[in-house]
Design a protein around this ligand. Structure first.
Ligand SMILES: Cc1cc2nc3c(=O)[nH]c(=O)nc-3n(C[C@H](O)[C@H](O)[C@H](O)COP(=O)(O)O)c2cc1C
Length: 190
């Protein structure tokens, strides 16, 4: 398996990105972690942590969002998927306009041009029409849009259960076998 780029931008829900990195690294999957300035703020505010702490705890390779020449944005690198988790409306807007002006957006644009897997995990409520239009556009261009909206049919008991619901869908779409969350069997409703 190649590397996975995980980008944490400044939408609420930094915990999803943190959990994704922790899970991937627990399976020894190489991760390049890129966090925007706003992502650093939400990581601190919502998870009381930093990108450096996550990288140190998990062994993820931390890249600088300002370093447009980093490997995450290389078209020739062996990168299997780029996951922006969470993906802010601002980052969605840039991608919808083809703008790759920082490492996180450039990595996503490169994923589109190289036909790599691009997974976007937006969170906003309500969505503005511009957010919906950008999601529609990006979905048509091949991105997979997984909203940060956990389901309740598996009866989550904790915040971690709800986070895992979303992370499990991301892992499915990266193409990894995993045991995160609970799968619907079809026998839950008599
Ligand atoms: C505490 C906090 C929560 C935020 N939540 C959201 C959100 O849920 N969705 C969103 O699109 N933007 C949210 N924002 C705004 C983004 O951080 C802002 O648009 C920023 O420009 C995003 O930049 P980035 O895409 O480079 O990370 C939030 C900002 C803060 C400080």
């Amino acid at each position: 398996m190649g590397e996975i780029v995980v980008g944490i931008s400044g939408a609420s829900g930094a915990i999803y990105g943190k959990r994704l990195v922790e899970y991937l690294r627990s399976k020894d999957i190489p991760v390049r972690l890129v966090v925007t300035n706003a992502g650093e703020i939400t990581l601190k505010h919502e998870c009381d942590t930093t990108k450096e702490a996550i990288a140190e705890a998990t062994g993820a390779l931390l890249e600088d969002d300002r370093n447009i020449g980093a490997k995450s944005a290389s078209g020739s690198a062996n990168i299997d998927a780029v996951v922006l988790c969470p993906c802010s409306g601002t980052t969605l807007g840039k991608l919808g306009a083809g703008i790759g002006d920082n490492l996180i957006t450039r990595s996503a644009i490169v994923a589109l041009k190289e036909r790599r897997k691009l997974i976007l995990v937006p969170r906003e409520a309500p969505y503005a029409t511009v957010h919906l239009e950008n999601m529609h556009k990006l979905s048509q261009w091949g991105a997979i849009v997984i909203p940060a909206s956990p389901g309740f049919y598996n009866h989550p008991k904790t915040i971690d259960d709800m986070v895992d619901f979303v992370v499990a869908r991301i892992l499915d779409h990266i193409g990894l076998e995993h045991n995160v969350g609970t799968r619907w069997t079809g026998e839950e409703i008599p």
